[in-house]
Design a protein around this ligand. Structure first.
Ligand SMILES: [Zn+2]
Length: 120
């Protein structure tokens, strides 16, 4: 059963931004089970990220759209597997999180995040 983090939950998550992802506590079930996935997309002029943050224990999640700035992900297992059909997966969060948990299990997530070289 999926549940979206509400405003208050997201505030609690935001307050933990300084700690590593794997040490953050889920504000709904109190488990240390946070996972994240980033998909890079090319918006109008600058690279952006679609971000999913979810709890592996209770499957609460939130999604956001942010500027990638100088960060880039070194791999995107979802894009590798689904290519152009990735939009269909994003439209179905229940399926999405199931797939992402699978990637986590096999070590394809979490992604390595690096700095974008200048001039790109
Ligand atoms: Zn949880």
């Amino acid at each position: 059963m999926l549940r979206r983090y509400d405003e208050q939950n997201r505030e609690a998550l935001g307050a933990q931004l300084h700690v590593p992802l794997t040490e953050r506590v889920c504000p709904i079930c109190d488990h240390v089970a946070m996972r994240a996935y980033h998909h890079e997309t090319y918006g109008r002029t600058t690279p952006s990220w679609i971000n999913y943050l979810w709890c592996a224990n209770c499957h609460a999640y939130s999604s956001s759209f942010t500027a990638a700035e100088r960060k880039m992900v070194e791999s995107d297992p979802l894009l590798t597997e689904f290519g152009d059909r990735i939009g269909e997966i994003f439209d179905n969060p229940e399926r999405l999180l199931k797939i992402l948990d699978g990637y986590w299990k096999t070590g394809k997530l979490p992604q390595t995040i690096s700095r974008r070289p200048r001039g790109h």
